[in-house]
Ligand binder design. Structure first.
Ligand code: HEM
Length: 419
């Protein structure tokens, strides 16, 4: 391992953050920060000052530190910087009560309730439907010999999957697709379209919850309504906020897992060939470790959602003051050479891969089993059905979405032998 303090002579100049080059490939800048300014105060494009945490050990510590609150009321710059958790249009009070915006004991109560409904078993039983959705999407473009894997595949898959799981009737799912499309295209921006889409989605969910209360089914929303803890239930507002956060947290992340993951395989032909051989042999072990490695290597969530210091916190030799926002850069921590040997290399069979792609601590991703199911199904089916899949663009022409929290491609043009 090279360690943090390798290299002699004057350090190269500090990199510029949040430029177009940075959005395309942030990893050299993160390497510099890990080495020279591991807890770094910077001005974000929004004008807000925040600390970026880039080393693995500091990142893990920060994610589990109860003095770093998720509740935006602790942000020193309130009220100007309200609703900055990375979730677009997230300003309505009803939606503020979701898991990523609250601390214990409220978080403990809500997470316990949702965990009763969103169980690993429910996800496992959903596997045939995810396969059916995946095949249906591939069927729609397989005869053309070309596709944009973001638009035609990675984008619709999770939105239909989560709608099905929640119990949104099929005939209404295209509305969700449009609203989600608006959110992903203009994510985080103060665009009117995003606010309108969130409002429509919220209105729809409120009505659906109301209907499911009278006429429950076998779906997750009915499960949320049924869940109880010491006689306590979710209120309708809490259930709506929960359904919204499941949709939001489970959507763009999965788009990016499928998009970034497929792209990484296409850029690493030796690893892709290995995976393809193992799938042809009917094995699943390399796919399982491979998905985790793709999450570590170029994961969907570049930075964890916002945290705010409620007490002074010493972190990586810096003093974080009360009210300061802290952004834990998962993408930087997961390439820390102090933790991962040869961290820039993609190695689908990497062992001891405790990456932070799903976060860490009490806010650890609730949807990880569903994300794994979707990611594994999507990549296995793509590589098996379209074995000569290849990139149909120069990598330097590909555009990355420039958001703060998420990392993902706008388009992923591919070609393959039509089937
Ligand atoms: C939380 C990543 C898919 C639901 C998180 C966090 C990360 C993450 C990093 C923690 C954020 C923080 O601490 O600030 C991912 C990745 C995914 C994925 C990389 C896909 C590959 C999903 C899916 C769902 C989901 C499919 C649900 C359908 C959630 C929820 C939380 C969460 C509800 C909040 C948990 C809490 O605060 O207790 N996710 N996620 N995620 N994720 Fe995921």
């Amino acid at each position: 391992m090279t360690g943090h303090h390798a290299g002699a002579g004057a350090p190269p100049p500090a990199p510029e953050l949040f430029t177009w080059e940075f959005a395309t490939d942030p990893y050299p800048a993160y390497a510099w920060l890990r080495e020279h300014a591991p807890v770094h105060r910077t001005r974000l494009p929004s004008g807000v000052d925040a600390w970026l945490v880039t080393r693995y050990a500091d990142a893990r510590r920060a994610l589990a530190d109860p003095r770093l609150s998720k509740n935006p009321v602790h942000h020193a710059e309130q009220p100007h910087a309200k609703g900055k958790t990375g979730i677009p249009g997230e300003r309505g009070a009803e939606l503020m009560t979701h898991l990523l915006n609250i601390d214990p004991p409220d978080h403990t109560r809500l997470r316990r309730l949702v965990s009763q409904a969103f169980t690993p078993r429910r996800v496992a039983e959903f596997a045939p439907r995810v396969q059916e959705l995946t095949d249906g999407l591939i069927d729609a473009f397989a005869a053309k010999g070309e596709a944009d894997l973001i638009h035609d595949f990675a984008f619709p898959l999770p939105i239909y999957a989560i709608c099905d799981l929640l119990g949104v009737p099929r005939e209404d799912q295209d509305d969700f697709r449009d609203w989600a499309g608006m959110m992903i295209r203009h994510g985080g921006g103060p665009r009117g379209g995003v606010a309108r889409s969130v409002k429509k989605m919220r209105g729809y969910l409120a009505e659906l919850i109301h209907r499911k209360r009278d006429d429950p089914g076998d779906d997750l929303i009915s499960g949320l309504i049924r869940a109880s803890d010491h006689g306590e239930h979710l209120t309708e507002n809490e259930a709506a906020a929960m359904a919204f956060i499941l949709l939001f947290a489970g959507f763009e992340t999965t788009v990016n897992l499928v998009g970034n993951g497929t792209y990484a395989l296409l850029r690493n032909p030796d690893q892709r060939a290995r995976l393809q051989r193992s799938l042809d042999a009917g094995e699943s072990a390399l796919l399982a470790t491979g998905i985790e490695e793709l999450l570590r290597h170029d994961g969907p969530v570049e930075m964890a959602t916002w945290r705010y210091a409620t007490e002074p916190v010493e972190l990586g030799g810096q003093s974080v003051a009360v009210g300061d926002p802290v952004l834990v850069v998962l993408a930087a921590a997961d390439r820390d050479p102090e933790r991962f040997a040869d961290p820039d290399r993609l190695d689908l069979s990497r062992g001891d891969n405790k990456h932070l792609g799903y976060g860490h601590g009490i806010h650890y991703c609730l949807g990880a089993p569903l994300a794994r199911l979707e990611g594994q199904t999507a990549l296995r089916t793509l590589l098996t059905r379209l074995p000569d899949l290849r990139l149909a663009a120069d990598p330097s022409d590909l555009r990355w979405r420039g958001g703060l929290i998420m990392r993902g491609l706008r388009t992923l043009p591919v070609q393959f032998t039509a089937v």
